[in-house]
Design a protein around this ligand. Structure first.
Ligand SMILES: [Zn+2]
Length: 373
């Protein structure tokens, strides 16, 4: 069976790396369109100035609105043309990076995450949202980012909530890749590597082993990394979690495949009361729902559940705003998840909306079941 692999061309992580950003920009030319919110750019203004001077390059600021919509992509594409920029630099959180991917369409793209809240930076896909915040679609570009650059000194100063949310996203990688590998392989990777998205693929050994390492690292270093982040200290555990949240989880999901946890998360964007919560926070709870669907043993669930509690990830309805959702809203989201079928189709079993809602409620009950034991 066909095996496919996608990844960025270069990945760089470490203290002070932002001051070497100009080295990568210069590979393409003298000017780069800089896509990031005003606040994110101000946070690293001194490093941007230093690297621009050192490598004699120029950053053209885009005044990014902060929303990842197709209208904004068109505005920034026009700007690349008018200002004659030779590469795109996306700097900041998920939306700025997704926007940069949309503008670059895979060409000469440098991504600089300033938080480690998701595994999106290394992937060639973007999530587009409608103006009202609901998910529009996943778009797959022809190429992965050229360079992904993380400055640990910058990320360690970001709010710890982002790092913890990134661990939620990274925890799901192994389990979603596992489901995908026992069904038929990643729809995502297949879409990137062929016109026929139904073409059967199987996960590479590389993807399986990366997804497994991702889980092991998060469980081993997660708590210590959180403490290091609170103290603004770049430690070995912190660096390991940066790599797990970004590189391991990114390669793991793109090549290993997404499954129920991400499908349920996408459906949750239809429920207003879950809006204030971060992607990785919602994914953590959705992973518990996936465990229920898989009928995983309580002993296995316990390991992840108590790690989530200890590190501060949501483990029940109230912690992701679902306690305010009506049953009608749950069913509406469940029907949308089953209808869309991507990435739910990567699960090894068929799931109906009613089964999804009952698994959702059962996952909420795990709290009572496990903490009263
Ligand atoms: Zn994710």
């Amino acid at each position: 069976m066909r095996r496919v692999w996608v990844s960025p061309a270069k990945y760089v992580q470490g203290s002070g790396e932002l001051e070497r950003l100009g080295f990568f920009v210069k590979i393409y030319g003298k000017s780069a369109l800089l896509i990031g919110t005003k606040e994110d750019i101000e946070r690293v203004r001194p490093q941007l100035r230093t690297t621009a001077e050192k490598y004699e390059i120029e950053f053209i600021e885009s005044r990014f609105s902060g929303e990842c919509t197709k209208k904004e992509v068109d505005r920034l594409k026009e700007m690349v043309f008018v200002k004659n920029c030779q590469c795109i630099v996306g700097l900041g959180g998920g939306k700025a990076l997704d926007m940069a991917k949309g503008v670059a369409n895979g060409q000469n793209l440098i991504l600089v995450p300033t938080i480690a809240a998701t595994d999106a930076p290394t992937s060639s896909a973007t999530v587009f949202y409608n103006e009202d915040g609901t998910l529009e679609n996943y778009t797959y570009f022809s190429q992965s980012p050229s360079v992904v650059l993380l400055d640990s000194d910058v990320i360690v100063k970001a709010p710890v909530r982002f790092l913890v949310a990134g661990m939620g996203d990274a925890l799901s990688t192994y389990y979603e890749a596992f489901e995908t590998s026992i069904s038929f392989g990643s729809i995502q990777a297949a879409k990137i590597c062929g016109e026929d998205s139904e073409l059967k693929t199987c996960s590479t050994l590389a993807a399986k082993s990366i997804a497994k390492t991702c889980l092991e690292v998060v469980l081993k270093d997660g708590i210590a990394a959180k403490e290091a982040c609170i103290e603004n200290k770049v430690t070995e555990a912190f660096e390991n979690i940066l790599e797990a949240n970004t590189l391991l989880s990114g390669l793991g999901f793109e090549n290993g495949g997404l499954a129920a946890a991400h499908a349920i998360h996408d459906g949750m964007t239809l429920i207003d009361s879950t809006r204030p919560y971060l992607h990785g926070e919602k994914i953590a709870f959705c992973l518990l729902v996936q465990f229920v669907l898989e009928n995983r043993s309580i002993e296995e669930i316990k390991v992840i559940f108590f790690f989530m509690k200890k590190v501060g990830l949501p483990t029940n309805f109230a912690a992701v705003g679902l306690d305010k959702a009506t049953e009608a809203e749950l069913f509406k989201a469940a029907r949308a998840i089953c209808l869309k079928n991507d990435p739910l189709a990567n699960m090894s079993m068929k799931i109906s909306p009613a089964e999804l809602v009952s698994a959702w409620i059962e996952a909420d009950d795990l709290e009572t079941l496990l903490t009263l034991e």
